[in-house]
Design a protein around this ligand. Sequence first.
Ligand SMILES: Nc1ncnc2c1ncn2[C@@H]1O[C@H](COP(=O)(O)OP(=O)(O)O)[C@@H](O)[C@H]1O
Ligand SMILES: O=P(O)(O)OC[C@H](O)CO
Length: 496
Amino acid sequence: MSKFILSFDQGTTSSRAIVFNKEGSIVSIAQKEFEQIYPQPGWVEHNASEIWTSQISVATEAIVKAGITPTNIAAIGITNQRETTVLWDRKTGEPLYNAIVWQDRRTSGYCDELKAKGMAKNIQEKTGLILDAYFSATKIKWILDNVPGAREKAAAGDIAFGTIDSWLIWNLTDGRVHVTDVSNASRTMIYNIHTLDWDQELLDLFDIPRNILPEVKSSSEVYGETTGNVLAAKIPIAGIAGDQQAALFGQMCTQVGMVKNTYGTGCFMLMNIGDKPIVSQNNLVTTIAWKINGKVQYALEGSIFIGGAVVQWLRDGLGIIKTSAEVEELALKVPDTGGVYLVPAFAGLGAPHWDQDARGTITGITRGTTASHLARAAVESIAFQTMEVLKAMEADSGHSIKELRVDGGATANDMLMQFQADLLDTTVIRPKVTEVTALGAAYLAGLAVGYWDSMDDISGQWKIDKNFNAGKTDHIPERIKGWNKAVKAAKAAAEN
Ligand SMILES: Nc1ncnc2c1ncn2[C@@H]1O[C@H](COP(=O)(O)OP(=O)(O)O)[C@@H](O)[C@H]1O
Ligand SMILES: O=P(O)(O)OC[C@H](O)CO
């Protein structure tokens, strides 16, 4: 029987497993949501054990759905929500505390203190990151400082830290393999993206002992094998990448200047910038895209906290639609927003503002404003935020972006895609396979075990579903002015 690649896509709200064939087509998918834990305002946690059990159960389900057995899997690729932090006991394999999720803001006060001490520049130069609670470093420190006995155990060499990729591989290999890849390491704020090593000065700053850290590997190599009692076969685990970097790879953005934007709960835009990191002057982060065959590629990234989630708010908060998909029909009932702008700064603003105090703002409401105008303004807000990141990316990289490859749930919305193309005066390209995150991880794993021979083998598999070409651009400059004014208001919301 022919062989397949199994991809684990461990996301923020669900664990997914996808079986791919040699053509890069989906054979089967299984998905399971898991609990979001909000112990206090601004805190977000996951039960690390539930992440593991949900991931392994969807893997088993996907294999069954594909009508194959684990022995038909040539390799496993892993892609994951990034930055989310797990510390566990090396002896028992038990997590010390819930996983602290990337969205968690509990350490933002500490980050402000470090900023006030002037630490941001040094951290950015070493790690490519903006000093922020988003990244793993301060989450690791928080667990070590707050879980009784954690520091003593760490001193005894009994604690392991990992992002979700490390945690899954530890469990898949029964605690024999403790690794991560460069793309995930580059999101921790303790990894030096120039020397390609954990940075001792930053480890000292955050008081993180080196002995808890995983070994950092490339994104495409055999890290170990599953133990037979996990998936009833010894399968090589051969690809790892953070989910946004995996999507960049799955979108085949392998040349310098190529850009993808993922429109999910949030939006994440990444540009391939080649083999040299650029320090952003425009509040973007520099990250490692992947390391394959000894070669590191870097990316510029802008993260938008609220993307498709603004549509969920229309659904769950306002109740003006029943499903996310209905937003398009509602928005299309009006020709424009009637001067309404909605800035969904529900939890502050991400790139390029990084303003954690900004708050959601709606401007331009009149007696004639309807639910349709609000729906349209909400959809357009996703495109306006994307525009801000794209402009920052053009300024930092010196590349003018002529096409944008897109993926994620909200790309089903043709109105959003067309408005995005008009606003950017750029072609927006939606590929046939939009599961590019899982596909990217599958490619990384398949390349490592010779399932695919080379990049040439896979690059032809990326196919266009639909191109959205820039069209009506006459009112765009004044619309951008209106958006900018609304953003100012959102930022001013926290003043006084
Ligand atoms: N037709 C649509 N128009 C706008 N947003 C949509 C549409 N369909 C889904 N979404 C949004 O896409 C998001 C889900 O996309 P997905 O890629 O599954 O996200 P994630 O991986 O972050 O969970 C949700 O926030 C949802 O509101
Ligand atoms: O799980 P997602 O798709 O929301 O992605 C989360 C990002 O990796 C966070 O940086």
